[in-house]
Write a protein that binds this ligand. Structure first.
Ligand code: FE2
Length: 367
């Protein structure tokens, strides 16, 4: 279709929204396809009731049972599965080889090392750890640690297409934490670690291979298929002082059927007529999961770190009414959140029901 307009105020998107009005974006293919901006005196989140299944969900992942070492499935479709994982220090460890997909761990709390066949990786709170499909590894936490585990069953994780932003934008691949083989062997000796069991995940079932000597005995390797880490402190948010940029500028990893974005502290737009809160929209083509990692989640009421929301496609959403008022005094955001946008509908695991806050859909209602 071609550009067309009706009525008043049909100028630049996310800017010069008339006083007392709201802009709602209706766009296809995330933020890349055909798009229209509709100006209304009240947002589409002004409902007084919702009947039927298309409701948003809020889960307090912190409250999930601490079954250390168990991948607790939360949401899933045929492209991606998202788990919660608690680990604690131990004197004995078994390795994991995931034959179901590529594994992107995000460390929500804790720190430690990852033994891999390629070398040793280090992680702290805020690290992504990208383990390619079938790369055998052991996470050795220094303290109790919690991970959001994003398993890609469709493809390996790719860097986003940076287009006209250039090769180093949002993050420079030089900042990847790389596996160190010498450190792996030193670490094994220092901690007297002999890894004799490898638990292979395939079709959601675990098969255990037992060896008579430590599995991690690599003496050398080469190639362009290896595990790495990426820390949120090495992500440099893309911003414009003049206009609110879409969430897609925060895309951190891409896989077939979904993307992973990282929202980070950043200065707010400084143009007087720029929209400063996320715009109202409907995720027309995507289901959207947000995991709140750290900071002050200014666009939502009553959230704390470790919570997760699921906004299904077709559900109109945007900032809560209080956030729209509060933003006038703010110059920066200080929230860190991980977003997973999926092309196919997400199912929720039954164990999430125990940690759901069922009245979340009412949180946009002012009365
Ligand atoms: Fe959204």
């Amino acid at each position: 279709m071609f550009q067309y307009s009706q009525g008043k105020h049909n100028t630049q998107g996310h800017k010069a929204i008339p006083e007392g009005h709201f802009e709602e974006e209706q766009g296809r293919k995330g933020f890349f396809g055909p798009v229209s901006h509709i100006i209304k005196p009240e947002p589409s989140t002004r409902w007084v009731d919702i009947q039927g299944p298309l409701k948003p969900h809020l889960y307090d992942v912190v409250e999930m049972a601490k079954n250390h070492g168990v991948w607790q499935r939360m949401v899933f479709n045929s492209s991606v599965v998202v788990y919660n994982l608690w680990l604690k220090p131990s004197s004995t460890f078994e390795a994991t080889r995931n034959a179901d997909g590529d594994t992107l761990y995000f460390c929500h709390s804790g720190s430690g090392q990852v033994m891999t066949e390629f070398g040793l990786l280090e992680f702290i709170k805020g690290s992504y750890i990208n383990i390619p499909k079938c790369a055998t590894h052991v996470i050795v936490p220094k303290e109790e640690s919690q991970f959001l585990v994003i398993e890609s069953r469709s493809s390996f994780f790719r860097e986003p297409d940076r287009g006209m932003l250039g090769k180093n934008a949002f993050y420079d691949p030089a900042s990847f934490g790389k596996p160190d083989l010498d450190k792996l062997h030193t670490f094994k000796k220092q901690h007297h670690l002999d890894i004799l069991k490898v638990n292979v995940r395939r079709f959601d079932t675990i098969t255990t291979f037992t060896y008579s000597s430590c599995y991690f005995d690599t003496v050398g390797w080469k190639g362009d298929f290896w595990p790495f880490t990426l820390h949120i402190n090495d992500l440099m948010p893309v911003i414009s002082p003049r206009v609110h940029l879409p969430p897609s500028v925060h895309t951190t990893f891409v896989a077939d059927g979904f993307v992973v974005c990282t929202f980070l502290p950043r200065p707010l737009e400084t143009d007087a007529d720029a929209l400063k809160v996320p715009f109202y929209h409907q995720n027309i083509d995507y289901d959207e999961v947000l995991f709140y990692h750290d900071g002050n989640f200014f666009s939502r009421d009553n959230l704390h770190a470790g919570m997760m929301t699921l906004h299904p496609a077709g559900f109109p959403h945007g900032p809560h009414p209080k956030a729209v008022k509060a933003v006038e005094k703010k110059t920066h955001t200080d929230e860190v959140a991980i977003m997973i946008d999926t092309w196919q509908t997400l199912q929720t695991d039954s164990q999430l029901i125990n940690v759901e806050l069922p009245d979340y859909w009412k949180s946009w209602m002012t009365k």
